[in-house]
Design a protein around this ligand. Sequence first.
Ligand code: PAF
Length: 278
Amino acid sequence: MQTVRDLESLREAVAAWRTEGARVAFVPTMGALHAGHIALVEAAKGPGVKVVASIFVNPKQFGPNEDLSRYPRKEKADLTMLEEAGCDLVWLPPVEAMYPAGFATNISVAGVSEGLDGAARPGHFDGVATVVTKLFNQVRPDAAYFGEKDYQQLAVIRRMVSDLDMGIDIVGVPTQRDDDGLALSSRNIYLDDEQRAKAVALPRALGVAAQGLARGDDAENVLAQAHAALGAAGFEVDYVSLVDAETLALAPAADRPRRLLAAAKMGHTRLIDNIAIE
Ligand code: PAF
């Protein structure tokens, strides 16, 4: 596995694969890798495919009161995991290469970015869309892999890639979970034992609500019950919202694919999760 820290070497490696006729699959990450990221690499692998992962903790997607400075950084362990997973190249751009002095471009995706986490974390999805565009331009992949756990991020990237004719296949990979159902997240390490035990209420509340919605129960009641269950478990709830699975518009028609999304804080740790409504 190659590790590359300058753009010229990245471009040379990718160009050499292209002359061999390989496809390039890309897994962008912020490091602190877990089995959810490895599932992205596994999904990206295939005959004639070279897999590039990036590790870059993107300052532009953190708000002023968020956890940029304490976001976990584990480069050595991350590289071992990626090598064992069969990744071909890891792109580790320095922050000065991503955002040199004078950097002035912002990518903003209206609509799908605006509610839910977009409302709770102003500027977050502009930061994601901007860095993902830049990473796409650096790697120039045929396909890119994102976890469904960050469902709104996936919807924003799909919209952006379609709107801007980027010509990259965006593949959503199902959320990986611990045995009790909690979605894997780099931020789970902030939970103490007691908080971790309580956090399982999040996937459970979503599971119960999804069953009710699939049965045709009244959506307002179902969402209120999920909200109450999270509060009772010790969460401070940000939102529990039923949305159109593509546009993320609220109050979706029942004959459209729907998704239930939630964000809630356990102590200082903000967790998100989501589930399809079958
Ligand atoms: O999902 C993430 O880890 C990040 O938001 C991403 C897509 C790597 C952009 O920084």
